[in-house]
Structure formats: structure tokens, C-alpha cells
Design a protein around this ligand. Structure first.
Ligand code: PLP
Length: 396
């Protein structure tokens, strides 16, 4: 049960907590509560209950035989997070944090969302627990993702469209942080990826590491050994760190994080800070990030809305520097190709985010031996993306 521990909130030089003074108290309080409850038997039992009965865990580690045979190299296993309730891994973390919020006596939950996936997962669990829920979303994003706004409202959440600045995720984060700073005594800020100020990266990893623990056990049952590779897409980094972290001390297991190369790294239109960024501070923590020529946060682009972020979790930044994990980029076209291939070969339509991991795994498998194995995290299902892909195809 070993995960790498942050030291004073840092993984190497990454992480930390760059926040206004009022928030320091709130974050310290959050860290104390997390440390107190995370290993408490009653808390673990309750989380376990909801993961099983509500999310549907454990989900399978599926051997993609048709795909593997076609490529003719390593065996590709898919960790089926796409089969979770709400169709992705995000619900694992949302449930964990809501149980923590309840223990802390919070009366309301706030969250911010870009494409809407984290907002929907949060609204879902808040509905089930009967907790008041407010989701901040950039005004432009509410227009682009109107259906997700409607979903959140169906689930009883209040969606606040933030009309400042560029009207996207950055402004939504600022609005959520402001709400939190003012209301932290009765409000819990539910963060959606393994990033943000300490202790969030550690908390999110804790709740997502169920992915890696399950996958390790399932791989042992099928292959009687550890996998050769674990591969996952990296947006903020939560599904990847959830798969990777439980393998951290298994040095023979290679880890590959797949970033969105967008229209190509050389075009600058991507969302790949680990591949083509540099260290800096964004949204209250230090990590690799995308900067423009003035050192400001650059625009990000990806075909997959869930990967469209200029920063990345601090633990991934540290893994990159130490070489524990390798980070590569897959562009929009390659991801789209994998989206089609997996649909056709296995009858599984992957999320466009997950398609990046599948695309890299297909390349990698071709270079390996038949007795080697790769675990790919299928972070989500592609139903949400079918309309987008349809529109791309008919506009060709
Ligand atoms: C949100 C999302 C991601 C990216 O977020 P991470 O924190 O990097 O995991 C990846 N896949 C799916 C399906 C998502 O919804």
C-alpha cells in the first residue's frame, strides 16, 4: 500500500501552496481532516460501499485480444474506468471527497469545471447525498457545453456562468477560489484533478489510486506477474496518477503518460506542458506549464476537452524530472484514429481523452514481444464524443 509521500506539500520542487492568506487555514484544516479520516475503518468501509454499489467497482481489466492480435506485439489490457457510473474515472475522486466533506460538516459543495465532466460527476454525487451543490463554469464554456449545463441542472446543481476575462476554466477557478476563501467554514471545494495547492494532489491521488491497486491485482490474477507498461492519458493527471502511483516502487514497471499533442507540438496548438512546457506557478501550485513568449499562461488546444489544460499535477512533473515516468504526445489525428480502431476492433467506443492513451499503446505494443503486457487506462467512454466526431466527419 505504498505511495510516494509529498514532503511539506512538495514532490521534489513541484506542488506547494501559492494561495491567499485566508485559504492557508482552510487548506491546513482540510489536510488534517484527510489525514484523520483516510485510514479510519468506518470511512474506508463507507467509501468501499459506494464504490461497489454506486460506481460499480471493481471494473474489469479486459484483455483486448482482437486489437492485440491485429498489432501482433504485446498484449494490451484495458482498465475499464469507462464502465463506471457516469462513464469515467472522475466519480472515484468525487465520492471520496464528498465523504470527507460530510465528515468535516460541510453544508455545501463547490467545484469548477471546464468541459463539464467534473461538474457532472460532482452534481451526480451531490444529488445522491442530498448536498447543496454549486458549479462554476466559464461563460463561454456554458455556451459550448450547454448539454452538460442542463445535465448538472437536472441533477439539482446550481451552475454559475462566470463572465470575466476569457470566460473559460481559468476564470471559473478564480471564482470558485473566491467563494471558498469567503465561505470555507461551511463549504467544501471539491477539486477534480490531481493538481491545485497542497493537499489536493495527494487527496485526489489517494481516491484515484483504487484504479492502480485493482489493476495490479487483476493483472496478477491473469498473468501471475506485474505488467511491463502502464499507460494513461494526462490532462490534469488524475487518472494517470491513479493508475501509476501504486506501481511507483515496482521499478520494473514502466510508466508512460500521454499528453494531447493537439495539432502538433511544433504548431504550438497543443496542451502538453510536460512535453513542451517549463516549470512555473499556475492556479496555486508549481508544475510544468505552457507559457507564451511573455511568460503568461498560453492557450491550450486539444480535440479532447478533458485534456485541455495548461498545467499538470506536481507528481507527474516530479516523475518527469526523475525519469520515473516518460511523457509523450499524441496528436488529434492519431487520437481520432485510435477512437475508430478501438470501436471497430473491440466494440468499445473510448472517450477522446482515453483515445490518446490507446493510440500510444498501439504504437508501443508493435515494438514489444508477444509475452509482454501493457495496461492502458480507459479513463472514460466515448458516448459523450460521438456527436463531435460525427460533426468532424461530415465537415470533411
Ligand atoms: C477529465 C478526463 C480526463 C482528464 O483528466 P485527468 O485528471 O488527467 O485524468 C481524462 N479522461 C476522461 C474520460 C476525462 O473525463
Amino acid at each position: 500500500m505504498n505511495l510516494l509521500q509529498a514532503e511539506n506539500g512538495y514532490f521534489g520542487e513541484y506542488g506547494g501552496s501559492f494561495v491567499p492568506e485566508q485559504l492557508t487555514d482552510a487548506l491546513n484544516h482540510l489536510e488534517q481532516a484527510f489525514e484523520q479520516y483516510k485510514n479510519e475503518p468506518e470511512f474506508m468501509e463507507e467509501l468501499q460501499y459506494y464504490l461497489k454499489e454506486y460506481v460499480g467497482r471493481p471494473n474489469p481489466l479486459y484483455y483486448a485480444k482482437q486489437l492485440s492480435d491485429k498489432i501482433g506485439g504485446a498484449k494490451i489490457y484495458l482498465k475499464r474506468e469507462d464502465l463506471n457510473h457516469t462513464g469515467a474515472h472522475k466519480i472515484n475522486n468525487v465520492l471520496g471527497q464528498i465523504l470527507l466533506a460530510k465528515r468535516m460538516g460541510a453544508k455545501r459543495i463547490i467545484a469548477e469545471t471546464g468541459a463539464g465532466q467534473h461538474g457532472v460527476a460532482t452534481a451526480t454525487a451531490c444529488a445522491m447525498f442530498g448536498i447543496d451543490c454549486t458549479i462554476y463554469m466559464g461563460g463561454l464554456d456554458t455556451e459550448r457545453q450547454a448539454l452538460n449545463v442542463f445535465r448538472m441542472e437536472l441533477l439539482g446543481a446550481k451552475v454559475v456562468a462566470v463572465q470575466d476575462g476569457g470566460r473559460t476554466l481559468k476564470e471559473a477557478v478564480d471564482a470558485a477560489l473566491e467563494d471558498y476563501a469567503q465561505n470555507y467554514e461551511n463549504t467544501f471545494y471539491l477539486l477534480g484533478s490531481a493538481l491545485g495547492p497542497h493537499p489536493y494532489p495527494t487527496i485526489v491521488r489517494h481516491f484515484q489510486s483504487v484504479i492502480g491497486y485493482e489493476a495490479k491485482k487483476q493483472h496478477f490474477e491473469k498473468e501471475n506477474r506485474l505488467p511491463d507498461y502502464v499507460v494513461a492519458c494526462v490532462g490534469g493527471g488524475s487518472n494517470a496518477i491513479g493508475l501509476f502511483a501504486p506501481f511507483y516502487y515496482d521499478k520494473e514497471v514502466k510508466m508512460v503518460g500521454v499528453e494531447p499533442g493537439g495539432k502538433g507540438i511544433e504548431t504550438g496548438e497543443h496542451a502538453a506542458p510536460l512535453t513542451a512546457g517549463e516549470p512555473g506557478v499556475i492556479h496555486g501550485f508549481k508544475c510544468y506549464m505552457m507559457k507564451d513568449e511573455n511568460g503568461e499562461i498560453a492557450e491550450a488546444h486539444s480535440i479532447a476537452a478533458g485534456l485541455d489544460y495548461q498545467g499538470v499535477g506536481p507528481e507527474h512533473s516530479y516523475y518527469k524530472d526523475t525519469g520515473r515516468a516518460e511523457y509523450v504526445a499524441i496528436n488529434d489525428v492519431e487520437a481520432l484514429h485510435a477512437f475508430h480502431t478501438l470501436s471497430r476492433m473491440e466494440g468499445i467506443i473510448p472517450a477522446l481523452e482515453s483515445s490518446h492513451a490507446v493510440a500510444y499503446a498501439m504504437k508501443l505494443a508493435a515494438t514489444l514481444e508477444k509475452d509482454q503486457t501493457i495496461i492502458v487506462n480507459l479513463s472514460g467512454r466515448g458516448d459523450k464524443d460521438v456527436e463531435q466526431v460525427f460533426n468532424l466527419e461530415i465537415s470533411k
